[in-house]
Design a protein around this ligand. Structure first.
Ligand code: COA
Length: 331
């Protein structure tokens, strides 16, 4: 058996805003219905931060929870994935590291929209493999309620706020929790399918997040299927031997279509967006915590993570799920 060095998932933490908004509460001001939202997306409610809560507050809580899940007090690096920075400059990761008392560790943000968590996980794995540090907190935090147009029914009902984090530590590829394979890719020709215009592009108007829903839907199914298949091949896993498929939580129909195309039994596809909506980069760690709570995910499970989103960018990873208890909180 291989004893090669690997990054190992050792802790999982999440943080959600306490305030929940169900479909009916949003439908009142928009030309939509609870029925449309449920049947077209699988979403029944989403969380939204209170005005005084920042993306950084969510990120700090989730990161602290991941540390306590790993029973650790410190980490050697911190990478934050977000599309909704509280301030355009500087990156928020150094402040989060400082607020957590982690000292002057390497800390930076990455912007990869819905693939951010897995891209950050890949970067953290590289830092551990290169010997730069022995452990990294990978944090994904989003406050989409601040960038979606509240009058746009095609985005306002879909996105929610939240954060999730994992603690990665140096270990061996034979351990449970070891990240065994990655697949990452991008296609900049789709840059306008999900975007917020820059000030130079649209100087005098309110600049909201926009998404070409149908086009993104079709591409998401195609790309997450291909990318997930690649990491399964790298691990010599066949789809029917995968215990848990955890895709980016954009739409219940996309999740089922990816499982279907892959040939992963539908009950093994984790769909955890019903009460939180699409939380962009935070969706995979939030779905992992939910699947642990419901018993859909257990230690030893052959687990495939896959994400797709703005950029366009996509990423997948494979691991056997470790024995751990997720720590969750609300703010
Ligand atoms: N309520 C009622 N009607 C709505 C609506 C809403 N909330 N949102 C959109 N519609 C309408 C559209 O205006 C359109 O009307 P038209 O045919 O008169 O133009 C119709 O529903 C169908 O729109 P379409 O975009 O084709 O619907 P859809 O079944 O694709 O569902 C999304 C829309 C956004 C839910 C879906 O496309 C989606 O989930 N896209 C991908 C999201 C994703 O993967 N993102 C990844 C990165 S975050």
């Amino acid at each position: 058996m291989s004893t090669r060095t690997a990054a190992v998932v050792a802790g999982l933490g999440t943080c959600l805003p306490a305030a929940e908004f169900d479909n009916t509460s949003l439908a009142a001001g928009l030309d939509t219905t609870d029925e449309w939202i449920r049947t077209r997306t699988g979403i029944a409610a989403r969380r939204r931060v209170a005005p005084e809560v920042s993306m950084r507050d969510l990120a700090c809580e989730a990161a602290a929870n991941a540390l306590s899940s790993a029973r650790l007090e410190t980490a050697g690096g911190l990478i934050l994935a977000t599309t909704t920075p509280d301030r355009p400059c500087p990156a928020a990761a150094p402040e989060i590291a400082q607020r957590l008392g982690l000292g002057q560790i390497p800390a930076f943000d990455i912007s990869a929209v819905c693939s951010g968590f897995l891209c950050a996980t890949a970067a953290a794995t590289g830092m551990i493999a290169a010997g730069i540090t022995d452990s990294v907190l990978v944090v994904a935090a989003e406050t989409y309620s601040r960038i979606v147009d509240p009058t746009d029914r095609s985005t306002a009902v879909i996105f929610g706020d939240g954060a999730g984090a994992v603690l990665l530590r140096r270990g061996s590829a034979t351990e449970q929790g070891a990240l065994l394979a990655f697949d990452l890719g991008s296609d900049g020709s789709g840059k306008d399918l999900i975007h917020i215009p820059g000030e130079a592009e649209q100087p005098d108007e309110q600049r909201w997040f926009s998404m070409a829903g149908r086009k993104v839907y079709l591409r998401a199914v195609e790309q997450m299927t291909a990318s997930a298949l690649q990491v399964m091949k790298d691990c010599a896993w066949t789809p029917e031997t995968v215990d848990a498929l955890v895709p980016h939580q954009a739409n219940a129909r996309i999740i089922q279509a990816v499982a279907d195309r892959l040939g992963v039994p539908p009950e093994r596809a984790v769909c955890a967006l019903s009460r939180v909506g699409n939380t962009a980069s935070a969706s995979i760690p939030l779905a992992l915590a939910e699947a642990l709570a419901t018993g859909q995910l257990n230690s030893g499970a052959r687990t495939v993570l896959t994400a797709f989103g703005g950029g366009l960018a996509w990423a997948s990873a494979a691991l056997t799920w470790p024995q751990l208890t997720a720590v969750t909180s609300e703010i």
